[in-house]
Design a protein around this ligand. Structure first.
Ligand code: NAD
Length: 426
């Protein structure tokens, strides 16, 4: 089919079974049979299930699942499943955890499992009085919210608090109602969105305004996961390393250009566990970055200091809206396996472990940056990717990668030359 006649208008695409959709896409894009077959192979997920998770499914995108070892969280050893396509991420967690294992590992806590839903009301004549009229109805608000979700109530969750703010916006004052809801072992987006939608007509009536947006806030700052660890001087290689790490944190705290990269590294670890457990990576990422900017400028999610004894202390505090119920968590077999590997039976424990992983990740990144530089560790793994791309198979991959690292040039053209040398028996 000539490209000029291709059309993306495909009526009824969503009603077709995945295999038929894939055929249409293969024709459109000129995919060969092997490429199409790879797409269609959804592995452990199962095509039927994939087709129920999102729309217009044709296949799946497989991401490696690695296990981080050496983690001890609140006195208990845990293995951490991490789903990521990026090399060095899993190794970074293993290394950081090994260096604080004997000192006790990670100590964690959670501020609560509270989510916030927002209701936007505009066109209110007397916004400050309307604010009080809503606050006076707290009991009614609680009854409406709790009435939405008897199952959540049964598990000890439900409405907890009410906040109303008057915001001065580009289109004038808005009355913003916050429903604060304990969502227990659920991430809670659907749970609180339903409450906000159900309550909205009441808010309109009490305020005399018009209600528009009714949705959760991803700035889940009533659900802060915290973790801390001490890395003994002798475990990390001395004072210079410690001070380098602290200096690296100081730069992140002072400079958003650095903080963005610093926090990206933290999210390398965090998003990998969030994804492995079928949770919503975007929700956690949005919350993390919004929280990092809470002081009015974007800063670091972690802090590093020296302890009274001169060791390195690291801490993290980060919104962590993850659950064991809902979304893909309950449905995806790999997510279920990941939860089993972690041995978690509550969203709280999961959130706390994830915070510890974020701190571990950050420690390793800063240590590498402050000492040998990030490329040395990265390059060893990256060299394997390059060797694969150059066509190395079996034990050639390691041999080519090692030679590339030794020569200090991890490039595909060099990898090809090395591979040819090896195959010629060189
Ligand atoms: P959900 O609605 O599937 O499950 C939550 C419900 O499970 C609760 O309301 C409760 O009725 C029930 N439940 C059973 N056992 C429970 C227990 N032990 N603790 C708590 N609840 C229990 O899922 P959810 O967590 O409300 O929503 C998560 C999904 O919403 C994710 O897939 C996310 O991607 C999606 N989402 C996110 C956003 C956002 O982040 N902005 C917006 C919309 C949807």
């Amino acid at each position: 089919m000539s490209h000029s006649r291709r059309s993306s208008r495909i009526p009824g695409f969503h009603r077709k079974p995945p295999r038929e959709r894939l055929q249409i896409v293969a024709d459109f894009a000129g995919l060969d049979a092997e490429t199409a077959a790879r797409l269609a192979d959804t592995g452990g997920l199962g095509l039927d299930l994939a087709d129920h998770l999102i729309e217009n499914v044709v296949g799946s995108m497989n991401v490696p699942l690695g296990i981080a070892t050496n983690m001890k969280v609140d006195g208990e050893d845990v293995l951490i499943p991490m789903a990521t396509e990026e090399s060095s991420v899993v190794a970074a967690v293993c290394n950081a955890a090994r260096q604080c294992y004997d000192a006790g590992g990670f100590t964690t806590s959670l501020s609560g499992t509270l989510m916030i839903a927002q209701i936007q009301t505009v066109g209110v004549a007397d916004p400050y009085a309307a604010r009080l009229r809503i606050l006076e109805r707290r009991d009614d608000v609680k009854a409406v919210c709790d009435g939405c979700d008897p199952v959540l109530l049964k598990f000890g969750g439900g409405f907890r608090d009410l906040e109303v703010r008057v915001l001065d916006t580009l289109s004038g004052p808005m009355v913003i109602t916050h429903l604060i809801v304990d969502t227990r072992d659920a991430m809670g987006a659907n749970a609180v969105n339903t409450m906000a939608e159900t309550l909205a007509p009441h808010i309109a009536q009490w305020t005399g305004g018009r209600v528009y947006l009714r949705i959760l806030s991803n700035l889940a700052d009533r659900r802060l996961a915290r973790a801390r660890a001490v890395w003994p001087l002798e475990a990390i290689g001395g004072e210079e390393v410690r001070d380098g790490i602290i200096g690296a944190y100081h730069l992140a705290a002072a400079d958003p250009y650095r903080a963005a990269t610093h926090n990206k590294g933290i999210m390398n670890g965090i998003s990998a566990v969030v994804l492995a457990t079928g949770n919503d990576t975007r929700a956690v990422e949005a919350g993390a970055h919004a929280y990092a900017a809470r002081a009015g400028h974007y800063g670091s999610l972690t802090r590093f200091e020296r302890t009274a004894d001169g060791h390195l202390s690291g801490t993290i505090e980060i919104p962590m809206a993850v659950g064991l119920i809902g979304g893909a968590t309950k449905l995806h077999p790999t997510a279920q396996a990941s939860l089993k590997i972690l041995g978690v039976t509550s969203a709280e424990r999961l959130a706390r472990i994830i915070a510890a992983v974020g701190l571990a990740q950050n420690f390793s990144a800063l240590k590498a940056l402050a000492t040998t530089g990030i490329q040395k560790g990265h390059m060893a793994l990256h060299a394997q990717n390059i060797a694969l791309v150059a066509g190395a198979v079996g034990d050639e991959v390691d041999r080519v990668a090692r030679i590339l690292v030794e020569r200090g040039t991890v490039r595909q053209d060099v990898a090809q030359a090395v591979l040819e040398e090896l195959r010629r028996g060189g």
